[in-house]
Design a protein around this ligand. Structure first.
Ligand SMILES: CC(C)(COP(=O)(O)OP(=O)(O)OC[C@H]1O[C@@H](n2cnc3c(N)ncnc32)[C@H](O)[C@@H]1OP(=O)(O)O)[C@@H](O)C(=O)NCCC(=O)NCCS
Length: 169
């Protein structure tokens, strides 16, 4: 069972949420799309915690971290690793940021921290990343954090991978 995760970067705090965060999760779960009901937020938190309970070193199920702006303490996004589909070789990196924070390098900062954490602390062998064909910003984030471009996947999206043994610590 994994302990709560807390990662601090230059401008961000990335952390697992608890039931104490219900109000904030309700207001920020869908970021710019508006709030969800408190009851639904509680279900999301229960889901995140249950997934996180199953994470063990070397084998991850799902890790979802709130991206919190260090100075304002605002919840500005979500990031993490998704391996709910265990038929996939590697967990898949994800990140989402509120629109007014785009273009400041914050997704790159969060994604880099997740990759560092995945290889250093979780001891994962590899991470994949996928961006839909037109999602240039997401593709660019993966390039900037040093993921290796694999070309287009079956759905026509950009596919990236990175193995621990090729990661530049
Ligand atoms: C993808 C996303 C997380 C990027 O967040 P961000 O904080 O703006 O990202 P960063 O600032 O770290 O980097 C974005 C890069 O893409 C570039 N970029 C953005 N839009 C671009 C475009 N239309 N054409 C070319 N480059 C573009 C930026 O210039 C920057 O690259 P640079 O530093 O070399 O200039 C954000 O757009 C988002 O939340 N989108 C919706 C959710 C999503 O698609 N998530 C990814 C899939 S899980």
């Amino acid at each position: 069972m994994m302990k709560p995760v807390l990662i601090v970067t230059k401008r961000l705090i990335l952390r697992t949420v608890t039931m104490e965060d219900t109000d904030t999760v309700a207001s920020s779960w869908k970021l710019d799309e508006g709030p969800i009901p408190l009851q639904e937020a509680k279900k999301k938190i229960t889901w995140m915690l249950a997934n996180h309970e199953q994470n063990v070193s070397g084998r991850l199920v799902h890790l979802c971290l709130a991206i919190i702006h260090k100075h304002t303490r605002e919840f500005i996004g979500w990031c993490g690793l998704d391996h709910l589909d265990q038929r996939k070789v590697n967990p898949v990196l994800f990140y989402l940021i509120k629109m007014r924070y785009w273009g400041k390098g914050l997704a790159t900062e969060a994604a880099k921290a997740v990759v560092d954490y995945a290889f250093n602390k979780l001891d994962l062998a590899g991470i994949d990343g996928a961006a839909s064909y037109e999602n240039i910003a997401s593709k660019r984030v993966m390039e900037k954090i040093g993921m290796r471009y694999q070309g287009l996947d079956d759905e026509g999206g950009h596919f990236f991978t990175l193995n621990k043994d090729e990661y530049d610590f």
